[in-house]
Write a protein that binds this ligand. Structure first.
Ligand SMILES: Nc1ncnc2c1ncn2[C@@H]1O[C@H](COP(=O)(O)OP(=O)(O)OP(=O)(O)O)[C@@H](O)[C@H]1O
Length: 250
C-alpha cells in the first residue's frame, strides 16, 4: 500500500521554493532526505507534517491530506522536528507518554500507552533518564527523548528531521536498529540526515535536495558523482564487505 503519494509538490517560502515532481512512500520503506544546508529538507518535511501550506497532490494512506481531520493526521503521521523545546519542567517519562495522545479519545492514558512508553524508553536507552527533568538533559539525550516521543505514537508514516543529530555511535546504532524495527512492522520512514554514509547503508531510497529542487533515487542508482554535484565536495564510494561506504574528503 502507498502510505504517502506526492505529485507536483511545491512549498513557497520567502524567496525560496521547494519542489518535488513526484514521490511515493510504500509500507516498510526507509527513505533518506539528503542535501546541503538550506536546500529545503526541513521545509519539505514540515509541509508534509501539515505545518506549512503546499501546492500539488498529497495523499496520505490514499486520502487527500487536506481532507483529513486533525485526529487522522496525528494518528497516521508522526513528526520529529529539529531541536524541539519544552518550557515546563516535565519528566522524560511524561513527555514520551504524550506521544500516545492521539490514540486517546478524550479519556486518560491506558495500560497499553504506559506499556508502549516503557518499551520505547528501553529501546532507546532512556530508562535511566525516565524520571529526570527534560531541561536538565544533554543535547543528545534530549534528541533521544523527542525521538522516543515521536516513535511512541506507532504511526504509519514517520517524518524525522535529523533523528541522529547529536548522538554518539552507540545511540546512533540503537536508533537505526529501532528504525528498522519500525519499517518491519510496516511503517514508512522519511528521515532528513546529514550522516550520508549511514544513510547509504541503512536507507533504501533517497530524496536529494539542491536549491529547493528534489529528485528521488534508489540506492543502486546513487553514484559518487551525483552526491558530489549535490554537496559540492569530493566524495568517494568504496566497497567494504559487500557494502557501499561513502567517504567525503573534507
Ligand atoms: N521560517 C522561515 N521563514 C522564511 N524562510 C525560511 C524559514 N526557515 C527556513 N527558511 C529558508 O528556506 C530555505 C530552506 O531552509 P530549510 O530549513 O528547509 O533547509 P535545510 O535543507 O533543512 O537546511 P539544514 O541542513 O541547514 O537544516 C533556506 O533558504 C532558509 O533560509
Amino acid at each position: 500500500m502507498n502510505l504517502l503519494e506526492l505529485s507536483e509538490f511545491r512549498v513557497q517560502r520567502k524567496g525560496f521554493e521547494v519542489f518535488l515532481p513526484g514521490f511515493v512512500l510504500r509500507e516498510g520503506e526507509r527513505v533518506a532526505v539528503l542535501g546541503p544546508n538550506g536546500s529545503g529538507k526541513s521545509t519539505f518535511l514540515a509541509a508534509l507534517a501539515g505545518l506549512l501550506p503546499f501546492e500539488g497532490r498529497y495523499l496520505l494512506l490514499g486520502r487527500s491530506f487536506g481532507g483529513l481531520s486533525e485526529a487522522e493526521r496525528y494518528r497516521w503521521l508522526s513528526y520529529l522536528p529539529q531541536g524541539g523545546r519544552v518550557g515546563l519542567p516535565f519528566e522524560v517519562f511524561y513527555i514520551v507518554l504524550t506521544g500516545r495522545y492521539p490514540h486517546l479519545s478524550g479519556g486518560d492514558y491506558r495500560r497499553v500507552d504506559l506499556q508502549a512508553t516503557e518499551e520505547i524508553l528501553r529501546a532507546l536507552d532512556l530508562e535511566a533518564l525516565s524520571g529526570r527533568i527534560f531541561s536538565e538533559l544533554s543535547g543528545g539525550e534530549r534528541q533521544r527523548v523527542w525521538l522516543a516521543r515521536a516513535l511512541n505514537r506507532g504511526a504509519r508514516v514517520l517524518l524525522l528531521d535529523e533523528p541522529l543529530s547529536g548522538m554518539d555511535f552507540r545511540h546512533q546504532a540503537l536508533v537505526l536498529k529501532r528504525l528498522r524495527e519500525e519499517t518491519a512492522r510496516g511503517a514508512g520512514i522519511l528521515a532528513v540526515l546529514h550522516e550520508v554514509d549511514l544513510a547509504v547503508r541503512h536507507f533504501e531510497r533517497f530524496i536529494l535536495f539542491k536549491g529547493g529542487r528534489g529528485r528521488v533515487l534508489a540506492r543502486e542508482d546513487l553514484r559518487a558523482e551525483i552526491l558530489e554535484e549535490v554537496f559540492e565536495v569530493p566524495i568517494r564510494f568504496w566497497e567494504d564487505s559487500g557494502q557501499i561506504r561513502v567517504l567525503t574528503e573534507v
